[in-house]
Design a protein around this ligand. Structure first.
Ligand SMILES: [Zn+2]
Length: 434
């Protein structure tokens, strides 16, 4: 099923024509209404009318998170305050938060794109959606909420927390779809088991997971433990929120970008040079239709590749490979580049281990050390010491072999690593402390 057949299956030439028309209008709008962009255009000697082809997007300046922080809170808005009907903000875990504003039309578009996303994931207007994304300044909760209602489904606005009650509601309301972070889905399954409830036997059939990077191995684990289809959703508050791109249930092979609203590029993160489809680079979005806070070439820091080949679901939109690493998340340990997702893959593939882990990085003198703490499952825990030691050395060996870095692997008791109701805290980097 496709929610918006016309726009999700446009022939390539029609899509590009639409994108160009919107890009040209966008440049006019930001030039007139956003002093930051007017200055950037003027510095480059660029006029909005210089954008004659889609390729000309390369002439436009980049925007990054720091630009939004520098104009905190509303300096990048392109409309007057009275036209803004909603504000969201990023968590601001590092530095000042970024603030975004939506007009009435922005919210309608978001609702439409989230409805498209639900349908791509296999949901229907008859479904009950258990929405465990946090409600509040974070875009996840309200974004998914409004999309579910636009679809005509029934939304249960559970938000995060009170996990045992969530399990009870899932069971009593017989929800069909759940939205939350992938790590929280596993925590729910664990809590259900403790309550004597087999979550796989509930009517739940689809999970829409995002807001933190996760791996293919983690997907298989979630699908097995919850007895559902696990779909990856992508979004970020600066660009809109959840629903910028979504996997289709048919292929589960890359996320369809809502290209009529977001123009995607991948670039070399160092030189800024645009890369060809299939080449890995940093994902960059230009928001073609946004009114409240339109952005030109926003650098997401997420690494991916773009795939322009047709998908078997019938959608013609470009797909992005699932994001398993954010360039900010990449750890450099003794000169070796390591993504937490690579370690996660190794852990999940190992018999007896769970996807609950933490990476602790310290510096002793000039030497970085990496410790991987990972929980064992119950049966492994009651196993003999020598078997635990065997698993520890196997994981150590695999990390060394596949990633080229020496790690100290420490197996810990089940349920000793703190659970999160939102994004899991997986990295504790102590190198910059004192
Ligand atoms: Zn598809």
């Amino acid at each position: 099923m496709i929610f918006d057949v016309k726009n999700e299956t446009l022939p390539r030439e029609d899509m590009e024509r639409l994108q160009l028309r919107r890009l040209q209008a966008l440049c006019e709008r930001v030039y007139v209404n956003v002093p930051f962009y007017k200055k950037k255009f003027d510095e480059k000697g660029l006029k909005p009318t210089d954008i004659r082809t889609l390729e000309d997007v390369r002439l436009l300046p980049f925007t990054d998170k720091q630009d939004l922080r520098n104009h905190y809170p509303f300096g990048m808005f392109a409309v007057s305050r009275d036209q803004i009907v909603r504000i969201h903000s990023s968590s601001g875990t590092t530095g000042k938060a970024t603030v975004v504003g939506y007009t009435k039309r922005d919210l309608e578009t978001w609702g439409q794109l989230m409805a498209r996303s639900f349908v791509a994931a296999g949901a229907t207007p008859k479904d009950m959606i258990h929405n465990a994304y946090g409600y509040g300044l974070f875009t996840g909760g309200l974004g998914a909420h409004f999309g579910g209602e636009t679809l005509g489904a029934a939304v249960v606005p559970v938000s995060g927390g009170a996990t045992r009650r969530q399990v009870m509601l899932l069971k009593d309301f017989e929800s069909d779809v759940i939205c939350c972070t992938p790590s929280y889905a596993l925590f729910l399954a664990e809590s259900a088991a403790e309550m004597g409830i087999d979550i796989r036997k509930l009517p739940l059939r689809i999970g829409i997971f995002g807001a933190e990077p996760w791996t293919e191995e983690m997907r298989r684990d979630i699908e097995a433990k919850l007895g559902i289809k696990a779909i990856d959703i992508y979004g970020l508050s600066e660009v809109m929120g959840p629903g910028v791109a979504i996997e289709c249930e048919d292929a589960q092979d890359g996320l369809h970008i809502q290209e009529d609203h977001f123009l995607a590029e991948t670039i070399d993160p160092d030189s800024g040079e645009v890369l060809a489809p299939g080449q890995e680079g940093e994902l960059v979005f230009t928001t073609l239709t946004k009114e409240g806070i339109p952005l030109l070439r926003y650098r997401t820091r997420d690494l991916t590749t773009l795939n322009t080949t047709p998908c078997r679901c019938g959608r013609t939109t470009t797909r992005m490979r699932r994001v398993t690493g954010r360039s900010d998340d990449m750890l450099i340990i003794r000169g070796v580049n390591v993504f937490p997702s690579q370690i996660e893959s190794i852990l999940i593939e190992t018999e007896g281990l769970t996807p609950h882990y933490q990476l602790i990085i310290e510096r002793h003198g000039n030497m970085d050390t990496l410790e991987v703490q990972v929980e064992v499952n119950e049966s492994m825990f009651s196993d003999e010491i020598k078997n635990l030691q065997r698993v520890e050395s196997k994981v150590t060996k695999n990390i060394k072999e596949f990633l080229g870095v020496t790690a100290k692997v420490k197996l810990v008791e089940p349920k000793t690593i703190a659970r999160s109701e939102g994004k899991a805290k997986r990295i504790i980097d102590k190198r910059n402390e004192g």
